[in-house]
Every structure is written in C-alpha cells, then in structure tokens.
Design a protein around this ligand. Structure first.
Ligand code: SF4
Length: 389
C-alpha cells in the first residue's frame, strides 16, 4: 500500500475497496485527464453505487443473451484441449505449432482461491520461460498494481507460448463479417487485451525475464460471418499499452491530486455526496457514456454549467483553455476581451463566427434568388351595381 492508503479509505467512507477487472482497468484509459475518475478509481470507490445514490444510475453490462452466446462460443473454441483453437492457429494464421501442452489454471486441485491460482500461474509460466515447456495456459490469474493496490485479473484469455514468446488470445463473441467487425468492439477488446499483456509482462519481469517476451501482438478469436466458426485476427495493442501505462502511472501519483482536495472529503452516502463528487474536477466527454458509471451525473453537470466538453472531446480540445460554451460564444461575438493566452483562440472564434454569418447571409440571398416569383395579385372583383350601394 502507498502512503495515501488512509486517505483512500476515507474517500470510500470505510467501505471495502472495489476490485478492478480488465474492463474497469481498460476504461481508465478512455479518459485519462479526468481527476474525478482517477481519484475514485485509485480509492476503489464503487462508482456504480455512488451514481445510484446520486440518482443517476448507469446501465452497464451485457444482456443475458449475449453472455450465454459468448459462453457457448468460448466453450466450443476451448473444447478438447482447445482443438479448434489450435487448428485456427495452425491453418488460419499459418503458425507452426508442433506439439501442444494445455494447462487450465481456473482451479488448483478444486480450489478456486485467487492467491493459490496466482501462485500456480507464476510457477507454470516460470517453468515455460526457463524450459519452453507448455503451450496454452487457460485462465491464468494475473495481478496488476492499480494505485498502489494489487488488482487480480481473472481473464478468460489464454496465454499462448510460441517460439519463446507469449501471446494473449482473447475469445470474443461479436461477429466478424467479411473480415470486418464493429470498430468500437474491436477497440474495447484491444484495450482489455492490453491490460492482460501489461499484467503478463509485469509477471515475466518479476520472474527475472525480459518483459518483451510477452508480445504486443494479441490474437482475437471471434465467430465469422454469422456462423459459429471461429476466425483469428492478430491485433497490435502497442498504442493501447502506451495509454494504459501513462494512465496507471498517473494513478500511482494520486497523492498530488489528493493534496489539492479538502482533507475531510468522502464519497460516503449522505446528503453531501453530490457536493463531495463535484469537489473533484471532471472532464466529461460524450465518450464517457460508454465506459464510466458516473457518466449520467457528469453529463448532467456538464450541461448545467455549459461545459465545452459536453459537445465532444474534439470541440473541447479545439477550444483548449475555454471551459464553458458561454465564454466561447462571448469571445466569438467580441463581447469579451480575451486574456493574452486566449488571444489566438479568440481570434479564431471571431473568424469562425464571421464566416458562419457570411455563409448564412449567402444562403439566405441564394434562397431568395431561387424562390419562384410570387403570384400576381388577382384584380379586385367588380362589385355588382345592385349590391354597390
Ligand atoms: S463520467 Fe465523469 S468521472 Fe467518469 S470519466 Fe467521465 S467525467 Fe470522469
């Protein structure tokens, strides 16, 4: 534990820390600049419970149908000591995998204890690194340091040893159709795989070997073309690894963020919870909706104060230094004199505003020119004499 541990306990209001998993760790990389998320995650605060207590629950998780489909597909790929997976690696990817040893690390002599499973994972991987023994290690129990606390990762993945290097194999149930898959799902799978690569590298380093013996190339196994036939795709997760490392390093420097916060701050349930959450700066962006339990609360807050981030991360970045939409509009209209460091942004906003006004004017003029002539007014009907008086 780090010296911040007592502070982090207080932030949780004495509740037990919430365990991370690959999804939550991968999600850390989705918004690395958010202090609110950084503090809550480092403290192991149950963000889902906090969001519910604030009246902004966020529905996350897969449907039961998707979970069942995923389990069936995984069992199929792993059946008979991963026979189908091996065919895929040999024939689909052309890897020369001569003989195969398969170890399932899900239990140790019927015991599912995490510590025991982690010890066995270490022992088998150490042997594989020393002697090359072992090919497929199913359900390895890995560990990663998150904000000074070890987080156990219980992946469905397989660590595959090939030519002296380990590759992470991740089995996902989303479909690959004509070689294409939903980009968001591939990106999420790549982020999660990067978490496993990092944890596996940490373990390999702890065992006294070069962490690069864990490849940055992972294999994603998905059903192909609406069938249950698996297809394997190599994915390079180097970009995800870089972001993940940066964000984890930031979490371990959580002391700096804590130093700026009130000494009695706590996220314990109660009347002052919303105020406590607002004390820690957030960087809301629409992307939060896909990956953070606090998203509905932060979106509401961002809209209420007109934060530029509510319009999207690219808008906020383009307006670097401007926090609110109101300030941006005032600078664009020339109603506000910019500080020296905002002079360039203000000039660009004024130019954009002029161009917009000009474009609207031109469009209006074109519409007027293209409009059909108004029908001539009908001559006034003659009034019959008998009714004229
Ligand atoms: S939803 Fe809120 S707490 Fe979560 S990452 Fe976004 S801004 Fe940060």
């Amino acid at each position: 534990m780090t010296e911040t541990a007592p502070d982090l306990d207080r932030l949780r209001g004495g509740a037990a820390p919430r365990n991370h998993d690959a999804r939550t760790i991968a999600a850390l990389t989705a918004n690395p600049g958010c202090a609110r998320r950084g503090v809550m995650d480092a403290a192991g605060v149950d963000k889902d419970a906090v969001a519910r207590a604030l009246g902004f629950p966020a529905p996350f998780g897969q449907s039961q149908f998707a979970i069942t489909r995923g389990n069936v597909f995984e069992q199929q790929v792993k059946a008979d000591g991963c026979a189908e997976l091996l065919t895929l690696l040999r024939e689909g990817l052309g890897l020369d995998v001569p003989e195969v040893a398969y170890d399932d690390l899900e239990t140790v002599a019927g015991n599912e204890g995490r510590e025991l499973r982690h010890i066995r994972t270490r022992r088998l991987l150490a042997r594989a690194l020393e002697t090359g023994e072992g090919t497929l290690f199913d359900h390895p129990l890995l560990r990663l340091d998150i904000g000074g606390r070890p987080a156990y990762l219980e992946p469905d993945v397989i660590a595959f040893q090939f030519a002296g290097r380990f590759h992470v194999i991740e089995i996902k149930s989303f479909a690959v159709v004509d070689g294409q898959a939903e980009p968001e799902q591939v990106a999420a799978a790549a982020r999660q795989s990067a978490v496993y690569v990092l944890a596996l590298r940490d373990l390999v380093a702890e065992l006294g070997h070069d962490p690069e013996r864990v490849s940055h190339e992972v294999f994603l196994v998905c059903p192909e073309n609406f069938s249950n036939r698996p297809a394997a795709t190599p994915v390079d997760v180097r970009p995800q690894l870089a972001v993940l490392r940066r964000q984890l390093a930031r979490l371990t420097r959580i002391d700096d963020i804590l130093a700026e916060l009130p000494a009695d701050l706590t996220f314990a349930p109660g009347e002052r919870l919303a105020e406590a959450v607002r004390t820690v700066e957030a960087r809301y962006a629409p992307e939060c909706m896909a990956g953070c339990e606090m998203a509905f609360f932060c979106r509401d807050e961002a809209r209420a104060c007109g934060a530029t981030g509510a319009l999207g991360r690219s808008v906020r970045d383009d307006l670097g230094g401007l926090d609110t939409i109101g300030t941006a509009l005032a600078l664009a209209d020339g109603d506000l004199d910019p500080a020296a460091d905002l002079a360039e942004t203000a000039a660009q906003l004024r130019l954009a505003s002029l161009l917009r006004a000009e474009a609207l004017e031109n469009a209006e003029a074109r519409r007027a020119a293209e409009a059909p002539p108004a029908p001539a007014a009908a001559p006034a009907a003659a009034i019959p004499e008998s009714r004229a008086s």
